[in-house]
Design a protein around this ligand. Structure first.
Ligand code: ADP
Ligand code: MN
Ligand code: MN
Ligand code: MN
Length: 345
């Protein structure tokens, strides 16, 4: 038997966006535990805005498990928050009720800023560094500083060791701003991995005295880029059948549901979706081929393959909840009849 360190991780009840929380329990197993072997656990919901003090117990239900390479015999356990009966999802548990479909693939591009001493990493104590230009995909100390790359590389290795589908890294447009991409099949799988990747990044940067700033426009109305979390998506139908007519109907549905999408695409998005800095206006829906100023970018490959493949919704922001973002995309897609459905009707 081996003693494993189980880190139970969940989303708290803070609004507008939840924070990650985690606590450790030690349990003995013959070998690395499976999800089925992991017990329910509890926590004090009155300290996480998930319960009143007089009845404070909330239940943690394990839903995904990953190796934790940062700890000896470490296990990362993604959890849903349940009511004391252990069966009813807590009101803050969005994951329990989202739409899912194993044929729906999601690639999230998480942008974020490293923050140290209350400002982006590499910013001088007062004023600004040299303007944007050389930082995006940049190399060299004056562009990316001395620790950012070490952190993103370590984060990449932690994600890969955990079995998380980390797909890539790049330095972003603003100084101190970076991106990583997570790809997953199914909304829950992709979003679980994104939340876990966020957790690993936040935990990793503790020892550097660095925080992760997820706000979509931390530098306000300036010439510094905001942060998004572009959601690339495809369904089995979009990949295998697609077609111009279906695509145009899909875009009509995205246009009609614009407000429902914006509602779950992250707080303060009006500060980011201004029409500047490679964004589209929050009040209008648009799409365009290879257009980074559109709400939805249609990759060249999509058109070249006969309107088949994936699309990029550029509106979700860096603070958005990937569970809700993926679910809303699936909801809108489900409202559009496919030719098989249309023929059957
Ligand atoms: P860019 O910065 O040019 O927008 P990235 O390379 O950062 O592009 O991100 C592209 C994303 O698209 C990746 O996360 C990738 O996983 C995702 N992706 C690629 N193919 C598909 C697909 N068929 N379905 C869903 N997502 C996809
Ligand atoms: Mn990208
Ligand atoms: Mn980017
Ligand atoms: Mn993108």
């Amino acid at each position: 038997m081996t003693k494993y360190k189980l880190e139970y991780i969940w989303l708290d009840g803070y609004k507008p966006t939840p924070n990650l929380r985690g606590k450790t329990q030690i349990k003995e197993f013959d070998s690395f535990p499976t999800l089925e072997q992991l017990p329910l656990w509890g926590f004090d919901g009155s300290s996480t805005q998930q319960a009143e003090g007089h009845s404070s117990d909330c239940v943690l239900k394990p839903v995904a498990v990953y190796p934790d390479a940062a700890r000896i015999n470490g296990v990362l356990v993604m959890c849903e928050v349940m009511m004391p009966d252990g069966k009813t999802p807590h009101a803050t548990n969005k994951r329990a009720t989202i739409l899912d479909d194993a044929g729906a693939w999601f690639g999230f591009e998480q942008e974020y800023f490293f923050y140290k001493d209350g400002r982006p990493l590499g910013f001088p104590p007062t004023g600004y560094p040299a303007p944007q230009g050389p930082y995006y995909t940049g190399v060299g100390y004056s562009n990316v500083g001395s620790v950012a790359r070490e952190i993103v590389e370590k984060h990449l290795d932690l994600c890969l060791a955990a079995g998380i589908n980390h797909e890539g890294i790049n330095a972003e447009v603003a100084k101190g701003q970076w991106e990583f991409q997570i790809f997953g099949k199914g909304s829950k799988k992709a979003a679980d991995e994104m939340w876990m990747a966020r957790y690993l990044m936040q935990r990793l940067t503790e020892s550097y005295g660095i925080d992760i700033e997820y706000h979509c426009k931390p530098l306000g109305d300036t010439d510094w880029n905001g942060s998004g979390m572009h959601a690339n998506f495809s369904t089995t139908y979009l990949r295998e059948v697609g077609g111009k007519e279906y695509f145009e109907q899909l875009m009509e549905a995205f246009k009609a549901n614009r407000a429902d999408h914006i509602a779950v695409y992250g707080p303060d998005n009006h500060l980011r979706l201004t029409g500047k800095h490679e964004t589209a206006s929050i009040d209008m829906f648009s799409y365009g081929i290879a257009d980074r100023g559109a709400s939805i970018r249609v990759p060249h490959s999509f058109i070249n393959n006969g309107y088949k493949g994936y699309l990029e919704d550029r509106r979700p922001n860096s603070q958005g909840d990937p569970y809700q973002i993926a679910s809303q995309i699936l909801k809108t897609i489900a409202s559009v009849p496919t030719s098989a459905k249309a023929a059957a009707a």
